[in-house]
Design a protein around this ligand. Sequence first.
Ligand code: ARG
Ligand code: ZN
Length: 860
Amino acid sequence: PTIYLKDYTPPAWWIDTVDLDFVVETGATTVTARLALRRNPAVAAQPLVLDGEDLETLGVSVDGQPATFVATPTSLTLTDLPDACTLTTVVRIDPDKNTRLSGLYRSKDGYFTQCEAQGFRRITWFLDRPDVMSVYTVTLHADKEAFPVLLANGNPVAAGDEADGRHWAKWADPFRKPAYLFAVVAGKLDVLRDSFRTASGREVQLAIYVEPGKLDQCPHAMAALQKSMKWDEERFGLECDLDHYMIVAVGDFNMGAMENKGLNIFNTKYVLARPDVATDVDFENIDRVVAHEYFHNWTGNRVTCRDWFQLSLKEGLTVFRDQEFGADLHNRQTARIREVRGLRAAQFPEDAGPMAHPIRPASFVEINNFYTSTVYEKGAEVIRMIQTLIGRDAFRAGMDEYFRRHDGQAVTCEDFVAAMAAASGFDFTQFMRWYNQPGTPKVVVDGHYDPLERSYTLTCTQSNPRASDDAPALIPIRVALFTEADELIAGSERTLQLTANSQSFVFNDIGDEPVPSLLRDFSAPVNLEFDYTPEQLTLLLAFETDPFNAWEAGQRLASTLILGAAAEIAAGRTPQWPDSFTAACRRLLQTQRERGAAFVAEALTLPGETTLAEQLEIVDPDALHAARNGLRRHLAEQLEGEFSGLYAALTVKEAYAPDSEQAGRRALRNLCLSYLLELDSDALRRLAYAQFREADNMTDQFAALAALANINAAVCVQREEALAEFYDRWKDEALVVDKWLQVQSTSRRPDTLATVKALTQHPAFDAGNPNKIYALIRAFGANLVRFHAADGSGYAFMAERILLLHERNPQVASRLARSFDRWKKFDADRQAHARAALEKIRAHPGLVRDVLEVVERALG
Ligand code: ARG
Ligand code: ZN
């Protein structure tokens, strides 16, 4: 059934305190819950209807007396309760058989929980909704030798031994919280301890728990946690409110990480790092995810969501915060470029496809399907626009006001925006459209220069065919004007507020026709069109002082060339590449010292196939692939000397550190290598293989492997050897094995599907582990040219994997189903194959709701 935002009603009951007792035994865990219930006086008296899933009910009593109740598989109803009472339920669950990884489940080293969004109901009968907040105490009992570590939210209050080699521990969380922030862990784990002293002098004990033997991969995450705590004090005046802050890493986890109060549970991918097993990007992602979960302690936990439609209230805001942290810690220029690259690769296609939804959806069937790049990344863009519109200081004042008003509450997106309005005086009425409408707005800009008036007029016209009406959005557009002699015109830097469907903005005292730089720093998540000449774009690429828009100019140039070439190739002609583009790329390489290696690496990375495909009416994936790689090869031929020279010059001689300076040099050097491998040269392949063998860090080793893995030649000994050696060396490091799978599933080689199929039978693969499925199967679904093979083999394979997985793990299966999102952008034959695959999935008896929602929307 579909659930609608408009149907929200407050809960009929409150649960003030929760006392939980877990008896963990092989084959079953018994959970006794004592809930202090109180009728919500604001709501008409109603029976108590608790949520549950896969629970075996052993007993129900009210105030100590056995109670009568009506149970269905998903609800427990009690009528005629007093206005306040204590309800005790006893249930048996089987975490060893919980393959969904929602609720309490077994992983290699113990038992772990994931309760967001609705996993708590798989542990005990409860009002499993975020506006019901309670104070929890938890006691865990388990075998002492198998599970020496017993953790729950809050503070340890007591522990002891029991008969038969068992032990127990009791925890109390002083903060009221919704059930989705509940967590327990019982496992055999190693721990890294440290501490943090807050600005006001509170001493917080920090601990990171990991699989035995992995302690040497924890220091980076620990440092990230300390840096996050410091940053949030400095930027937002927010201090850690806890005595204990614990992070537990687990290898079986559906998502990235979870912000449970005081007891974060993380996918190992976002904790474990050591230079020889993790890349520069991994190190940076760990910084950001650790920060993200920590930042949730305020934006999510202290102030939480009233209902799941408000998910972006905490996620968009917290992503914005982790982006800002990452930009401050690493490289602000490239951080912004990568954010936009990611948005265009994932969120724009989502917003143009069958799963399009506003950052605050109006309805859903399965909430887990809405942990999307729209809610997260577009949500962060909406927060960023608020900051752009009112300025950084007013934004900070708005955050202060938000916590002053709502600390301890479960609130809505309106509440957040109202705090921003109160602090700034800005009228956000029109801006709320960003919360309520799907689709990426298009803004077409036209520039007109009047030499007599010495004025320049920008006329902006917006449209959004996905929106439910034609009313205009409020779109902040940061602009600056440049002279043809590449100077920024003084006083031309402005933030235009586009509020009408079409609107003109006049710049006075402009001596000559200028070159406008539009949407600087990507000030709004829109597609902006302006009829630039290649000369103007080349100028902006070279001289625009906003690094994002300099990069953007290069991307526009490259997109035009690739899309033009794809059309030529589809028509059977050979594309021609203009020398001007090569010359612009050469200048970038020559100026890497001044512009920064990291920036130049981003600027020379061509737009991805998925992003380019969005600009086409009908996608010919083979032509697009050939065009993009044709341009790469052309650049490699023309710039071989520059690439080779820089490859030698950029060698990092210092000891490895994952800092932005070194990472930038490695990124550009490895980009040079990947271009060089476009050339059919055995010497260059040997160069890559030598780097693979000699690298003392995973960034360089993996870059060489990835470049080799793409080589198309039927025989390439370096490729075969590198892949074999890599697996042999790293087969016991699960996260590195994921890289090995992914480098093969994302290869451009025509035999990739056959390879992926063979790998599903390889010992490296585990059909129940989300990271393995994402690395091998989902990554294949994102391999545009191979997944969308003309014979439909990619689609048939994906359908088969989804049906193998859906009951075992609905959330992960549903993510695989999203591979089909853009099937209607392809030709009729491909569409027929995709439709057949989707219909086969839909027709499957007992198909889980998660997958059904995605497939039904895809079939439309
Ligand atoms: N709140 C977590 C985060 O963004 C994500 C957890 C989502 N889990 C899920 N099963 N839907 O940090
Ligand atoms: Zn989050």
